[in-house]
Each structure stands twice: as structure tokens, then as C-alpha cells.
Design a protein around this ligand. Structure first.
Ligand SMILES: C[S@@+](CC[C@H](N)C(=O)[O-])C[C@H]1O[C@@H](n2cnc3c(N)ncnc32)[C@H](O)[C@@H]1O
Length: 362
């Protein structure tokens, strides 16, 4: 029997539950949290968006640990209740180009002189290429680099080294600089991104999710749209193919992809949306449609600005049903919006993570 306690254990905690049951359970949880936390009833529920149940994950941070007693290197994920690295031979939710190669990776790292100086690997898999960025606490020797380079060539993986923060990720000397890409064929958009850039982990569900947003928001030339927490423009750019003007707001810069896709009706601004933004140039304008896709903390701080922007439609994407439920409460019970529809999307099968979507109308 599933319960909320089971759901608290993230990672691959759901592997024993049938796929259809998993998503049904997540839907039940969303309905319950809307009612309990937000005091909002979901009158109409969206059919869950579903995709591949295995091998879907394209972004991850894997832990690495050299265990001297066993004389081997563990590569995998940290157990949630403690900081131990789960011993695993493969990871079935990860894209197989990496998920099926954990043992090979472990053996390769075991040959390095810095095998005990690599705490983690950033995994980023685009439409065409796969990058593994090794966080290194000490510089790799020439011999180490040769071993890594050979591994990369053998497995068609581009190996990078990261000496400090995410900006220090660079290919091993002599290897080409690589720009990862993913595309949204229905909207004719291609994104270029770096290994540490936020991208949705499940490309199939992402494509369906963007298409649903496009369909439900029905953008046209008259629309002035605000896309909050826009990341690299995953929604901003598709919206720009239909709407008159789109403004994307993010803590990081996202301009490059608008230029790359030759879209000129897009503006990006950098802002911290957990702070008061009401004085900022973009916040003093009007928008008739607003899109929100915050991180787990939700978007409560920025919601009050909706009074001023006065949009007729608000689309909210969330990776945390409890903050979505709380924010739905603000939208409906304080700001006078009606919840049109809500639902879940199977972005993270086999795990306790829940991705959801809700549409509000004035
Ligand atoms: C779930 S991601 C969504 C990104 C994008 N919409 C997408 O679909 O790829 C949330 C984004 O919110 C950004 N973010 C988190 N906290 C923020 C804040 N306080 N102010 C502005 N952006 C923030 C993160 O950098 C991240 O790109």
C-alpha cells in the first residue's frame, strides 16, 4: 500500500510499484494537497502526461567514492536517509549511455591516481552528445587524462573536468569544446546548453509539456507574455513563435538561445524572484498571460505582482505539489483566480518526485 511516507523517500523508491499505479498515486497526492494546503478543489483533472518508464533521465549528479577497504570505486546515488552511496551496477532510470556503464566508469576511475579526489560527476545528455563532468579536487595527471580520454572515445562520451564551480567545467586538453543541444520539433526550437545548465530531465515529457502549454494558452500576436523562472527559455522561445512579445525572467542569463533561434520578440532579464521586484523595468509593464515554473520553493513572493500585471491566464508548472498547492491557495483565495484544470506529468517515473501543472483564469 502506498502512502505519503513512501513518497518521502526519493531516489528509485517506486520501482516496486506498477507504472500506472505510480502516476495515479501522484495524481491523488496532488488532489489531496490542493484540498488540504491550498483549500482549493480541483474540479477538472488533466489526463496525466506519460512517456518512457525507464532510461529517461538525461541530467543527474552522481556521487563517486573510493572505498579503500574494498579496493574499488562506487559510482551512483546517495541514499536519502544518510550520505552513503548506494552500491549499484546500473541505473535503469538513467539514459542507458550512462546508466548501463556504471561498472565501466567505476573501473576506469579506479585506474586514476586521483581516484579518491573525485566526489561527483555531472551527467548531461543532449539529443546528440553526452558529457560527463568530473569534479576534481586535485589536478589530473597527464596519465589520468589519457585514461579518461580513451574511455570517452570508447564509449562516445565527452569527458570534462571541473576544478571549482560549474563555470570551471572544461573538456580534457586536446578534446573539442562541445555545446549540448536539445530540440522541440513541434515548435521548431533548438536549445544549446552547457553541462551545468538547468534542463528538464525527461525530454519526452518535456516536449509533451511544452505542447500542452502552447495549446492551452493559445498564444497570438496580441499577447504580451511574462515567463517567470524561465531557465534557458524552455517555454519562452516556443511562446515567442506565436505571441507578440515575451519577457523571460531568471537568475541566470538566457539570451543566447533566442539569438540562436532567430527570435527577436523576446527579452530576458536577470532577477531574483524571491525578492521584491516591483521596481524593475519589466515588472512595471502589463502582461495578459503569465507562465510560472519555479524550483521546489514555489513562487509565493512574486505572486502579489499579479495584481498589477492583471493577466487573464496563469499557467503554473511545479516540481513540488505542496508549494503549488500553497500558491494555488493564494491565486484562488486571495487574488480571485479560478482554477481551470490541474494534473500530473510522469517526468520522474520510479521515483517519488511529482511534476504537476495547473491553469488559472481571471
Ligand atoms: C524548474 S526550473 C525551470 C526552468 C525552465 N522553465 C525550464 O523549463 O527549463 C526553475 C528555474 O528557476 C530558477 N530560479 C530558482 N530560484 C530563482 C529565483 N529566486 N529567482 C529567479 N529564478 C530562480 C532556476 O535557476 C531554474 O532555472
Amino acid at each position: 500500500m502506498l502512502n505519503v511516507h513512501t513518497l518521502g523517500v526519493v531516489g528509485c523508491s517506486f520501482q516496486h510499484v506498477q507504472n500506472e499505479q505510480q502516476i495515479k498515486f501522484k495524481q491523488g497526492l496532488l488532489i489531496e494537497q490542493f484540498k488540504r494546503i491550498g483549500k482549493v478543489a480541483i474540479a477538472e483533472i488533466w489526463e496525466p502526461l506519460t512517456g518512457p518508464h525507464w532510461g529517461y533521465r538525461r541530467k543527474a549528479r552522481m556521487g563517486v567514492k573510493y572505498v579503500a577497504k574494498k579496493g574499488r570505486v562506487l559510482v551512483g546515488f546517495r541514499e536519502r536517509r544518510n550520505q552513503f552511496l548506494a552500491e549499484m551496477e546500473s541505473c535503469k532510470v538513467m539514459h542507458p549511455i550512462v546508466g548501463e556503464k556504471l561498472m565501466d566508469l567505476s573501473a576506469m576511475i579506479g585506474q586514476l591516481s586521483i581516484k579518491d579526489k573525485i566526489p561527483q560527476i555531472e551527467v548531461a545528455i543532449g539529443d546528440e552528445d553526452c558529457v560527463l563532468a568530473f569534479r576534481v579536487l586535485e589536478p589530473a595527471t597527464d596519465e589520468d587524462k589519457e585514461i579518461m580520454r580513451a574511455f570517452g572515445h570508447q564509449h562516445n562520451i565527452s569527458i570534462c573536468l571541473q576544478s571549482k564551480g560549474p563555470d570551471t567545467i572544461v573538456p580534457i586538453e586536446g578534446e573539442p569544446e562541445l555545446m549540448l543541444t536539445y530540440s522541440l520539433p513541434e515548435q521548431g526550437i533548438t536549445f544549446r546548453f552547457k553541462p551545468a545548465t538547468f534542463t528538464q530531465v525527461n525530454y519526452e515529457i518535456n516536449r509533451q509539456m511544452v505542447s500542452r502549454v502552447m495549446q492551452e494558452m493559445d498564444f497570438n500576436e496580441q499577447d504580451r507574455v511574462l515567463d517567470l523562472f524561465c531557465g534557458l527559455g524552455n517555454f519562452t522561445l516556443p511562446i515567442a513563435t506565436k505571441a507578440g512579445h515575451v519577457v523571460g525572467i531568471e537568475v541566470n542569463h538566457a539570451k543566447d538561445n533566442a539569438q540562436f533561434n532567430k527570435l527577436t520578440n523576446v527579452e530576458f532579464f536577470v532577477a531574483d524572484l524571491s525578492k521584491d521586484v516591483s521596481d524593475q523595468v519589466w515588472a512595471r509593464q502589463k502582461y495578459n498571460k503569465v507562465m510560472l515554473d519555479p524550483s521546489r520553493a514555489g513562487a509565493s513572493e512574486v505572486l502579489h505582482n499579479l495584481k498589477k500585471w492583471d493577466p487573464e491566464l496563469v499557467m503554473y508548472i511545479s516540481c513540488n505539489p505542496s508549494t503549488l498547492a500553497r500558491d494555488a491557495g493564494i491565486l484562488v483565495n486571495e487574488l480571485g483566480y479560478t482554477l481551470v484544470k490541474a494534473g500530473v506529468m510522469d517526468m520522474f517515473p520510479q521515483t517519488g518526485h511529482v511534476e504537476s501543472i495547473a491553469l488559472f483564469k481571471k
